[in-house]
Design a binder for this molecule. Sequence first.
Ligand SMILES: Cc1ncc(COP(=O)(O)O)c(C=O)c1O
Length: 412
Amino acid sequence: MICEIRYEMKNTRNSTKIYVDYNSTAPMEDDHLKAVMAALSEFDGNPSSQHSSGRRAKVALEEARTQVANLIGCRTQEVVFTSGATESNNLVIQGVAGKFWDNLEAVSAHRGGALPHVVVGATEHPSVLELVQVLAERGRIRLSIAPVDQNGVVLSDEILALIGPDTVLVAVMLINNETGAQQPIVALADAVKAKNPLVYFHTDAVQALGKMEISWLPKSKVDSAAFSGHKIGAFKGVGALYLKAGSKVQALTLGGGQERARRPGTENIPGIISFGLRARDLAGDLARVWVERERPAQKAFLAALTRISGTKIHGDPATGIANTVNFHIESVAGDDLLLNLDLAGIAASSGSACSSGVGRPSHVLKAMGYSDWIALNSVRISFGARGGAGEVDRIAEVLEKTVKRVLSPGVG
Ligand SMILES: Cc1ncc(COP(=O)(O)O)c(C=O)c1O
């Protein structure tokens, strides 16, 4: 039975010829898998063990930490390994707000008895947005959700107007996973701290890692940033939190001293080695791999879409991340487009992967002012190594044929 499943899965993987869903996950390349397997045969101990196998694993753990730190541009000790960006976001948000739930002295000094106030952008990933909504419903925080403009860029003035003496945390993502919109994080963190220096500033930078230069991040006033291994072609289930030296967050898990007690629990050595190796590969290759290759693919695809009538692009791809295009085609269901792309061996996505399948309109597009129908029927193409400029015409051809079939069923 297991063999049958494996056989079927293998065929499914091979039948996808063009992969343009890199914002959802970056497929692992065979060379990378081989490199991780080779490393694991040497470094598979428990890094907390005192014997030589444990010490070797500890060396591998710290080497991976340096590799990830180099890609972020921060110091090695500022990287905390987690199970992914969802956990990194949770660790910061619950860890910062949590200090005010437990420590009454800090509560009265900082917020004069009020609930800790948290401000987030309206287009945050569910690992931020749904979390703060639940915390607010449970009476743990006071929540403000800041609006974005029609391109999905957060309105900085609105955020600043929300900051008060009781504000403890602002979380605004760097690159939106659905539209690729880029937020003015450096200026925003400066302005927020100028208004209230006690506010902690967090950014979800998952979609920026390996795709754009972010070495400015640790030099900015941003206190922490969330990252995910599988978005850069590493194993799933591993991530990192950049935590600026001196930033203090409460751990979510207790019971061990790993990750300097910020994330106790035996480290995911296979995932961490994988993350480190991909970070090492990309650190030396940023400009060539992403900026030079994906921007032309994005431009070529935008040009191809102009030939399909009824197509509307969401946001401003030119000022967003180089690999993403989000659009809808009037009167054509997003599911029809995605199904036909899939049948043609092209993997693309609707909305964010975490909410796709649930059939909810995208909260990102809704926040940008689009209707429920558009927010339910958008398509996201995100280019990467297995789907670039060379594949654009084929993708456009499948879209065009689908549109013809849906809008003029009797023809052809
Ligand atoms: C912007 C953003 N934040 C957070 C996450 C969650 O990352 P992970 O899958 O590592 O938990 C994702 C993944 O879709 C994402 O795109």
